[in-house]
Design a binder for this molecule. Structure first.
Ligand SMILES: *Cc1c(COP(=O)(O)O)cnc(C)c1O
Length: 439
């Protein structure tokens, strides 16, 4: 039976999380399906950042490091993030960027590996991991004399049986939305004496994560995607408590010192996660991030991450069903797994050509998703991304569904617009075929 607009409206009316969207600024006429890239603005953020500027900075000045709690903000926000990722209090700090934090934890992991398993000389990751993760790993491997081995998803388990020292994976793939089984892969890595480092950029606030239950070793994640912390918001770091005091991260700045205000000439790392801080932290950005995190505090009383996950799956299921019912015959494929356990909070459609222009035409209509180019290096047997005969994965139209603020009626209208763009061949207009710097 085909789904109707009225059915979608009924789903919104019965949605226990519906009130959460009132916590965000959602521009008129926009259906925002890109919260996996840059989350929306929490309504409290502008006033909160203004207060930090006018009162805490403007009036209280340097006293605010103590009186406004600036100095401990990375730890305080870390505790708010911890509850979303199965970490305990005192195990997470909000700081720096995902790329920089990955450098710190991968470095620490290699330090442990060099002591515990000096013969193991390979870092394993996925070829389709987000490039910055691969670039950071490549640089560190060069510096430390390790080899970076990139594999396809089905090559991960076999690769562990070589001389793998560290397995570094992103939990939910940015391009396809496919989700790894964190507990199973971590256990498989540990069974061969390999450490597991997880990037939660597309997981934190989007899918339930339980780092301690999975016995993961290190994790990093992003503040400006599903956590709605604002452009360039501080990211976060988690270290398994049993490793936390064991290794120094290499960016041994004074904020990670055991007693920064003793101003001693020698470095002594702070106990626990605090040593993963480097220098003075951005208070305006942290204040904005806290506004995003506090919506999750409100969500907690409505069922928390379990309820958000149930809604996210209902939204992505609905989108897939509607695309298949209403946009059939237009050459769209599905890159995201149908299996719930293997799906993040986004849906990626494939198309042999025109993906970029279709996304541009949708943006013009107020339906904001994004385009990700196919991976020309991956021979997967799927359609090539251009007609030029090269092999590779096809280009992707990517749609993120943030359950905090996307509704079922939004999904209906997004698919209706997609249908119209395809049926009218509107996407072939020249203005939709010119590439911008940021896709
Ligand atoms: C978004 C994302 C990043 C972003 O890193 P920045 O340092 O914030 O630029 C890193 N890794 C993954 C897997 C991501 O999805």
């Amino acid at each position: 039976m085909s789904t109707t607009l009225n059915h979608c409206r009924a789903l919104d009316a019965g949605d226990p999380l519906r009130s959460l969207r009132d916590h965000f600024v959602l521009p008129e006429g926009v259906i925002y399906l890109d919260g996996n890239s840059l989350g929306v603005l929490p309504k409290t953020a502008a006033a909160r950042v203004a207060e930090v500027i006018t009162r805490e900075w403007g009036q209280d000045l340097i006293r605010s490091w103590n009186s406004a709690g600036w100095f401990n903000l990375p730890q305080r926000l870390g505790d708010k993030i911890a509850s979303l990722i199965g970490a305990g209090p005192g195990e997470v700090v909000a700081t720096d960027s995902t790329s920089v934090n990955l450098y710190k934890v991968l470095s620490a992991a290699l330090g442990i590996a060099a002591e515990d398993a000096p013969d193991k000389k390979t870092v394993i990751s996925e070829r389709s991991n987000f490039p910055t993760d691969l670039y950071i790993a490549e640089g560190l491997c060069r510096e430390r004399g390790y080899k970076l081995l990139l594999v396809e998803p089905d090559g991960i388990l076999p690769a562990l049986h070589g001389d793998a020292a560290v397995l570094m994976l992103t939990h939910v793939n940015y391009r396809t939305g496919a989700q790894h089984d964190m507990a199973a892969l971590t256990a498989a890595a540990h069974a061969t004496g390999c450490l597991a480092v997880w990037d939660l950029a597309h997981s934190a606030g989007a899918v339930p994560v339980d780092l301690n239950a999975a016995r993961a070793d290190f994790a990093v994640g992003c503040g400006y995607k599903y956590l709605n912390g604002g452009p360039g918001a501080p990211a976060f770091v988690w270290v398994q408590p049993r490793h936390a005091d064991r290794f120094r991260q290499p960016l041994s700045g004074w904020w990670g010192h055991a007693a920064p205000f003793e101003f001693t000439p020698d470095y002594r790392p702070a106990p626990g996660i605090t040593r993963y801080l480097c220098g003075t932290q951005p208070m305006l950005s942290l204040a904005a991030l806290e506004c995003g995190l506090d919506v999750f505090g409100t969500a907690e009383s409505l069922g928390g991450m379990a309820a958000l996950r149930a809604k996210s799956l209902a939204l992505t299921d609905l989108f897939i069903d509607l695309v298949e019912q209403r946009c059939a015959g237009h050459g769209l494929g599905l890159a995201t797994p149908r299996e719930h356990a293997q799906r993040g909070s986004q849906v990626c459609l494939t198309r042999k050509d025109g993906a970029y222009a279709i996304v541009q035409a949708l943006i013009q209509r107020g339906v904001i998703g994004d385009f990700r180019a196919g991976d020309p290096s991956t021979g997967s047997g799927q359609a090539p991304s251009t007609g030029s005969g090269r092999t590779g994965t096809p280009d992707i139209l990517r749609f993120g569904f943030t359950p905090l603020y996307i509704g079922f009626e939004d999904v209906w209208h997004a698919v209706e617009h997609l249908k119209q763009v395809l049926e009218s061949a509107e996407w072939q207009r020249p203005e939709f075929n010119q590439k911008h710097a940021v896709t």
